[in-house]
Write a protein that binds this ligand. Structure first.
Ligand SMILES: Cc1cc2nc3c(=O)[nH]c(=O)nc-3n(C[C@H](O)[C@H](O)[C@H](O)COP(=O)(O)OP(=O)(O)OC[C@H]3O[C@@H](n4cnc5c(N)ncnc54)[C@H](O)[C@@H]3O)c2cc1C
Ligand code: SF4
Length: 326
C-alpha cells in the first residue's frame, strides 16, 4: 500500500549524501544522479517513468518513458513550470493495468497526483524534488525570443545550468544557436533568484518542510561540506530524504549503483526545507515593465566570468575544493 494513505509517513526523514558511481551519469544530472539510479531500476523491471523534459519549442512538459533514451531527457533541472497535460490520467491507466510506475516532479505535482488518484497503489513510487519555486513559462518564452533576436538565429539547445563548464555550485545558463554561436548568461538565472518571475503559489508553498509528499525527496546537497567532509568534488551530490518504507525499500534496491554516506537532517537544511521564498514587494511593478528592457538591464549587470579570467577562477575553485576535501 502507498504509505501516504496508510498515514505511515515517518515523523522525520532519513537523510543520505549520495553520488552515482558512474561519473557520466552525474555529469548529465543536476546533483548526484540518484534519479537515474532509481529510474534505471524501474525501467529494467519493465516499469514506466514519468518526469519533466524540454520539448522542441523549449517548453517544460511532463511525459511518459518506457526506455532510457526518453528517460535521459528528464535529467537536469528545467527552471520553469512544467505542463502536466493528461499525465495524471495516463499514470492512473498504467497503475490500473498493474504496471510499476515511478512519478517524479515538484512536491505540488506529486501531491496533486496523489489527490487525483484518490486511492493507494502498491505499484507506485513517487519522487519529489526540493524546489524553491518555478518561474513563469511565459517569461521563459519571451527570453528565448529575445535571445534569438539578439543573436540573429533560432535557439538549437538550452542548458539551464551548465555543470560541465561552470561546476555543480555555480549557476550559468548556456544557449546554443543554429548559427553555431554559443552564449553563457546569467539573465534568466538572476531573475529566477530575484523571485519576481515565480508562480504566485510558490510564495505560499505548503511543502517547505522536512515532510514531503513523495516516498523519496531529492535535492542538491548544499550543506555537504559540513554534513560529510571530503565527499564533495563539485560534480554534484544529491541530498536524499527517505520519507517512508516504500521509499526505503526502493533506495536499498539501487544502492549498489551509488556511493552513499549517512547524514543528519540537522546538517542538511536549506531555506526551501523551511519556508517559502518571499514575494518581492515590487513584483507587480516588475510585471508592468517592458520585459525586453528588463532582460537588457539584468544582462548588463550580471555577466558570467568567462574567457581567460573565468578559466583561472574555475581552476582556483577546483584546486581549493580539492585541498579542502582531501
Ligand atoms: C524548478 C526547480 C527548482 C529547484 N530548486 C532547488 C532548490 O531550491 N534546492 C535544491 O536543493 N534543489 C533544487 N532543485 C534541483 C533538485 O535538487 C534536483 O532535481 C535533484 O537534486 C535531483 O537531482 P538528480 O541528480 O538525482 O537528478 P536529475 O536527473 O537531474 O533530476 C531530474 C528530475 O528533475 C525533474 N524535473 C526537472 N525539471 C523539472 C520541472 N521543471 N518540474 C518538475 N520536475 C522537474 C525530472 O522530472 C526528474 O525527476 C530544483 C529543481 C527544479 C526543477
Ligand atoms: S515552490 Fe511549492 S508550489 Fe512552487 S512549484 Fe515548488 S512545490 Fe510547487
Amino acid at each position: 500500500m502507498n504509505n501516504y494513505f496508510k498515514n505511515e509517513k515517518w515523523d522525520k526523514p532519513i537523510t543520505f549524501a549520495v553520488k552515482h558511481k558512474d561519473i557520466d551519469v552525474r555529469m548529465a544530472s543536476r546533483s548526484g544522479g540518484v534519479f537515474t539510479a532509481l529510474t534505471d531500476y524501474v525501467l529494467l523491471s519493465g516499469g514506466i517513468v514519468y518526469g519533466c523534459v524540454l520539448d522542441d519549442s523549449f517548453s517544460a512538459i511532463h511525459i511518459r518513458a518506457t526506455e532510457t533514451f526518453t528517460r535521459d531527457r528528464m535529467r537536469g533541472s528545467k527552471y520553469i513550470q512544467s505542463e502536466m497535460g493528461d499525465v495524471y490520467k495516463k499514470v492512473k491507466e498504467d497503475l490500473d493495468s498493474e504496471k510499476y510506475v515511478l512519478f517524479s516532479g515538484t512536491s505540488c505535482q506529486v501531491s496533486g497526483l496523489i489527490g487525483f488518484l484518490g486511492k493507494s497503489y502498491e505499484n507506485l513510487l513517487t519522487i519529489d524534488i526540493v524546489c524553491h519555486g518555478v518561474p513563469s513559462p511565459l517569461v521563459w518564452k519571451d527570453y528565448i525570443y529575445w535571445q534569438e533576436e539578439k543573436n540573429h538565429s533560432k535557439v538549437k539547445s538550452v542548458d539551464f545550468r551548465n555543470k560541465k563548464d561552470f561546476g555543480w555550485k555555480d549557476h550559468v545558463e548556456s544557449i546554443v544557436f543554429e548559427n553555431g554561436k554559443i552564449i553563457n548568461s546569467r539573465v534568466f538565472t538572476t531573475l529566477f533568484y530575484e523571485h519576481s518571475i515565480l508562480r504566485p503559489s510558490c510564495y505560499v508553498c505548503p511543502y517547505k518542510d522536512i515532510i514531503h509528499p513523495g516516498n523519496i525527496t531529492l535535492a542538491d546537497y548544499w550543506g555537504i561540506d559540513n554534513a560529510t567532509p571530503g565527499f564533495n568534488d563539485d560534480k554534484g551530490v544529491s541530498l536524499v530524504l527517505i520519507n517512508d518504507e516504500t521509499g526505503y525499500s526502493a533506495f536499498k534496491k539501487v544502492s549498489e549503483m551509488l556511493d552513499i554516506r549517512k547524514t543528519r537532517i540537522e546538517d542538511s537544511m536549506q531555506p526551501p526545507l523551511e519556508t517559502p521564498c518571499q514575494k518581492p514587494e515590487n513584483r507587480s511593478e516588475f510585471w508592468k515593465n517592458d520585459i525586453n528592457k528588463t532582460f537588457l538591464l539584468v544582462e548588463k549587470n550580471n555577466k558570467p566570468t568567462k574567457g581567460f579570467y573565468g578559466k583561472v577562477k574555475r581552476k582556483i575553485n577546483k584546486l581549493l575544493n580539492h585541498i579542502l576535501n582531501d
